[in-house]
Design a protein around this ligand. Structure first.
Ligand code: NAP
Ligand code: ZN
Length: 358
């Protein structure tokens, strides 16, 4: 039987969050039921529910940085048992049969992956995300959270972690150039950026943070960056021309992309993960001069997400978080947009217990 759980929901882009109940499906043979302990707030949740990426399906519960414990499994589930510590990220389904799925690249499923929220699932229902007490997910889209990682600090890894890990691996952040470590710039020190810094440093890169100010300098150094540069400084682009082998661009708003491309070495790569609502103009001359690469990256596959979780546990990495209660989500959204959160707000879903459902 389908069942109901408490969740945070918005009925429109301008509406506040309210605690209500939503339905979860009767677990199928290959489903696991997860008691959610923590849910991270990703800027993608904000873009989506504020209609910045197009019209969302309301009423909607977002959240795709989910950590918790398996509380039930379907008859056919082989990989998971009750009590397992697990996480769910940005996808909950894919065709499983196409070339991309077979290559562990479900995020690029040729039939389209099914997002954890605001997506139409195979049964026609609209998926509802992780700001909730429980979720029901196909077992293929579940990852193991290593014992070393606390649920709240692990939840953001399911999106911010894999979204930065995958392009850093893909573009060789840990490789050397003529015997020296790669010079990696992480552009934007928010939820994604702060994971990017830690992961790139653990891979062996020389990491520079490019932030709008030096306000977060001390934190950035503690995360493993060698230095922090303020992009608003006079002559910033002139002074740092050609310095970086790889730029990981995590910015959620419009920026002068061409000017940032000028910071790359010849053959340097800008890997873009930040997805501002507006189209970003790029002059081909900025790429042709120096033979540079402008590359996109979309989260990562499930196998690589597991690899990232294990990498974080092995290197002692996790998200630096601010834990909030269910009634603080609206305020947290404004703080994320202002760039004030250090560095991920995470909802403690235990606080649903004391919240009356409307
Ligand atoms: P976040 O925590 O808000 O961080 C974004 C950072 O961008 C801010 O901390 C800020 O860095 C910088 N920034 C914000 N507004 C800016 C502006 N007007 N000018 C210059 N810099 C600005 O967001 P997030 O959760 O890390 O997500 C970042 C972006 O990645 C979002 O667009 C999100 O949708 C996208 N995303 C993509 C994927 C993917 O698979 N590709 C996955 C997850 C998220 P400073 O304060 O340091 O300047
Ligand atoms: Zn996300």
């Amino acid at each position: 039987m389908p069942f109901t759980v408490k969740a945070l929901q918005k009925t429109g882009p301008e509406q506040p969050f309210r605690v209500t109940t939503i339905e979860r499906r009767d677990p199928r043979a290959d489903d696991v039921v997860i008691d959610i302990h923590a849910a991270g707030i990703c800027h993608s949740d904000i873009h989506t529910i504020r209609n910045e990426w197009g019209e969302a399906s309301f009423p909607l519960t977002v959240g795709h940085e989910i950590a918790g414990v398996v509380s039930a499994v379907g008859d056919g589930v082989t990989g998971w048992k009750v009590g397992d510590r697990v996480g769910v990220g940005c996808m909950v389904n894919s065709c499983g049969a196409c070339e991309e799925c077979r290559a562990d690249q479900e995020q690029n499923c040729l039939e389209g992956n099914v997002g954890t929220y605001n997506a139409t699932d195979a049964d026609g229902t609209i998926t509802q995300g992780g700001y909730a007490e429980k979720v029901v997910v196909n077992e293929r889209f579940v990852c193991r959270i290593p014992d070393e990682l606390a649920f709240d600090a692990a939840a953001p890894l399911l999106c911010a972690g894999i979204t930065t890990y995958a392009p850093l691996r893909r573009w060789g952040a840990g490789e050397t150039v003529e015997g020296r470590a790669k010079r990696v710039a992480v552009l934007g020190l928010g939820g994604l950026g702060h994971m990017g810094v830690q992961i790139a440093a653990a891979m062996g890169a020389e990491v520079t943070v490019l932030s709008r100010s030096l306000k977060k300098e001390q934190d950035a150094l503690e995360l493993g960056a060698q230095r922090v540069l303020a992009t608003t400084e006079e002559n910033f682009f002139r002074d740092h021309r050609g310095e970086f082998d790889l730029i990981l661009n995590t910015i959620s708003a419009s920026i002068p992309v061409d000017r940032y491309l000028s910071l790359l070495t010849p053959r340097g790569v800008m890997a873009v993960v930040g997805l501002p609502p507006e189209k970003q103009p790029v002059g081909f001359g900025s790429l042709i001069g120096g033979g540079k690469v402008l590359a996109g990256s979309n989260i990562g596959g499930i196998a690589e997400t597991q690899e990232m979780l294990d990498f974080c546990a092995e290197h002692g990495l996790a998200a630096k978080i601010e834990v909030i209660g269910v009634h603080e989500a609206d305020a947290a959204y404004d703080r994320v947009v202002a760039g004030d959160v250090h560095f991920r707000a995470v909802i403690d879903t235990a606080t649903f217990a004391d919240a009356a459902a409307e």
